[in-house]
Design a protein around this ligand. Structure first.
Ligand SMILES: [Zn+2]
Ligand SMILES: [Zn+2]
Length: 148
């Protein structure tokens, strides 16, 4: 696919994705819900397929034992979720689709922590869904840990 550009709200942090796969997922876990205000709609991008500018404005938080979240220190826009624990997922950035200058044509193919979703909204269509329990089993995450 062609290059896709994106940025935070204020434009201090910009990026270009060189290889964007069109499928993306929604996470309804409690942390993503609070972080985004609704659900995290994130597209998975290998680290070698994205280039950031304005890195000096990026702030990060180790938000759980296995993952990091980043935001723009100027405007507060959430920039990525990234697994830091030793895992095949650790090479990917999960980038909010709302940061893309053009997110048309992408496809929501999976929803995780579906049982944590408030009952006041739902995305259209059918797709793969995973409960919190199933996600924890798949990633062998200790259920005593806080959510992703
Ligand atoms: Zn910003
Ligand atoms: Zn989440």
């Amino acid at each position: 696919m062609s290059e896709h550009s994106g940025r935070c709200m204020c434009g201090a942090v910009t990026f270009v994705i060189t290889d964007l796969r069109p499928d993306f997922g929604a996470c309804h876990c409690e942390m993503c819900r609070r972080w985004t205000g609704s659900a995290f709609l994130g597209i998975s991008v290998p680290a070698d397929a994205i280039r950031f500018e304005g890195g000096e404005h990026v702030r990060t938080l180790q938000s759980s034992a296995w993952a990091q979240r980043a935001w723009c220190g100027q405007c507060g826009t959430g920039l990525w979720y990234r697994v830091t624990a030793d895992s095949p997922m650790a090479k990917n950035y999960e980038i909010p689709i709302g940061l893309l200058d053009d997110a048309n044509g992408l496809e929501l193919t999976r929803e995780i922590f579906i049982d944590c979703k408030p009952d006041c909204f739902a995305y259209q269509g059918e797709r793969r869904t995973l409960t919190r329990q199933r996600v924890m089993e798949l990633y062998r995450i200790d259920l005593e840990e806080p959510e992703a």
